[in-house]
Design a protein around this ligand. Structure first.
Ligand code: SAH
Length: 474
């Protein structure tokens, strides 16, 4: 992030605006709408600025040369359609430590204008670091469509009661709950529906705000949340909501940083995962931490890669929570096998060709030896193996010994749904080599005829090349 979004107080002093033509007039409108006092230098001499009388009162048309104009007391310099004058003004402003924007010129700008959604007190600024105003504008349109029309009024309404409530609820988390209950409940709905008087009366009628904030809240709870295989856009809406509501999140190592970014900023994050070669804090300790946090009244999220109930030890955690009498919920996630299938276009079932799916884990060669491979020889069964990289040679040996054909198509799909995802397909014979080619985990193996349909191996390998690879292997 090169530019930090901040909101500038325009009452602090005048903004100097330099430029010409429609570009100048457009910036003038933005600044005037925000209530700025503006000193305009129209360098083409055209002083027809097209302002309404109300705005015009806050605009001074400056006569002198902007390059020598006095900038003391000025809070920002903006150049729009100013040509080379903009560059010189940028140098001048920077020397004085003044924020400066030269339109469409990142090099000479120390701040940039976002696309703005303006709903009164609620303002959303969308930036793209100056790279693509078009993307910012498209996003703004989407946000416009998403935001309730009266969201600004809701903010104003809350603002008008904030002092009173601050005085009556001392603890910050409880205060947050109070406002969440107001916003999500009938009072918030009344404001959004334009019935402010009703909302006002209802809020004033709350005699004990602390009790109101506590009412209906469980004592503390745990949500086991599936984070999916990596792509943050694959989080479910429920998962996202849980992340935004949580007071504390215990997360696995496998959860991607992009997903951790979706957690509310002031939420405590505790990594508890194990990684190969690094011991974690242990399952019992994790259970204990979650239970203690919930007992202290917190909303706890236990965030796991993929789905909590697919090789995720969610079952054990639920048992511990039940035994401790803690309220809990389970929010499923997209398991790595499904993420990989979608990412690499491998349909796990296919009419007549694949009618069964087995999800299997084989962490170590020892585990692979314990698998009864004779149950996995049906050619119409797709086998998805988790944690199978180390044991790949043993998996191959087991399947071959049980009688599955060495020509069975196999895919190794690593880091699925992430930007560095990589896949390799071949036959059961090649399995250890395919593992080497995908360069590290986490990875799933998919074994079965359906792998022939794989449509992308890093999205730029066309299907016919995959067919050729498989044919060559045969
Ligand atoms: N609960 C998880 C699985 C945890 S076990 C789920 O439902 O996906 C960990 C194993 O999951 C890894 O060894 C790997 O086999 C698989 N895995 C997790 N994330 C993955 C990813 N992004 N790409 C490929 N495999 C992944």
């Amino acid at each position: 992030m090169r530019f930090l979004p901040v909101f500038l107080d325009l009452k602090a002093g005048p903004v100097v605006l330099i430029g010409a033509g429609e570009l100048l007039r457009a910036k003038l409108r933005v600044l005037a709408a925000a209530g700025a006092h503006i000193r305009v230098h129209a360098i083409d001499g055209n002083h027809d600025l097209g302002l309404g009388s109300e705005d015009a009162a806050r605009v001074d048309v400056a006569a002198g040369d902007p390059l020598t104009a006095d900038l003391s007391g000025v809070i920002a310099v903006v150049c729009a359609g100013a040509g080379d004058v903009g560059i010189v003004m940028s140098v001048r402003a920077k020397a004085l430590g003044l924020p400066v924007n030269v339109m469409d010129d990142l090099e000479h700008s120390s701040f940039i204008f976002p696309a703005i959604v303006d709903r009164g007190d609620v303002v959303v600024a969308v930036g793209t670091g100056g790279t693509s105003p078009v993307v910012a504008r498209r996003l703004r349109e989407k946000i416009e469509a998403l935001l309730p029309a009266r969201i600004g009024e809701l903010a104003e309404f809350i603002g008008s009661f904030r002092k009173t409530i601050n005085g009556r609820i001392a603890e910050f988390p409880l205060r947050r709950r109070f406002w969440e209950r107001i916003i999500d409940g009938p009072i918030g709905a009344a404001v959004l529906a334009g019935r402010k008087g009703e909302a006002d009366a209802a809020l004033k009628a709350i005699s004990d705000p602390s009790a109101f904030a506590r009412a209906g809240e469980p004592e503390g709870s745990v949500a086991l949340v599936g984070a999916g295989p990596g792509d943050p856009d694959l989080l479910t809406i429920k998962a996202l909501r849980a992340l935004q509501d949580a007071d504390i999140v215990f997360h696995d190592e496998l959860v991607s940083p992009e997903i951790l970014d979706r957690i509310r900023r002031d939420t405590t994050r505790v990594p508890v995962g194990r990684r190969i070669g690094k011991p974690g804090i242990g399952q019992d300790a994790i259970n204990q931490c979650m239970i203690e946090a919930a007992r202290s009244g917190q909303r706890v999220v236990r965030l796991k890669g993929g789905d909590p109930f697919v090789f995720g030890r969610g079952g054990e955690e639920v048992e511990a929570l039940r035994a401790a009498g803690i309220a809990y919920s389970i929010i499923p996630g997209i398991t790595a096998g499904l993420g990989g299938a979608a990412d690499f276009e491998v349909p796990l079932t296919y009419r007549h060709e694949a009618t069964r799916i087995t999800f299997l884990t084989a962490h170590k060669a020892r585990d692979a030896e314990a698998v009864d491979w004779s149950t996995l020889t049906d050619t119409r069964m797709t086998v998805v193996v988790y944690m199978g990289l180390t044991a790949a040679p043993a998996i191959r040996a087991g399947l071959l010994a049980a009688g599955r054909s060495p020509e069975t198509p196999v895919g190794v799909f690593a880091r699925v749904t992430r930007p560095d995802a990589q896949g390799a397909v071949g036959t059961l014979c090649d399995l250890p080599e395919l593992v080497r080619r995908t360069q590290g985990g986490p990875a799933i193996l998919i074994i079965g005829e359906v792998v022939r349909h794989a449509g992308s191996l890093r999205r730029d390998t066309p299907q016919h090349i995959i067919s050729d690879l498989l044919d060559a292997a045969e």
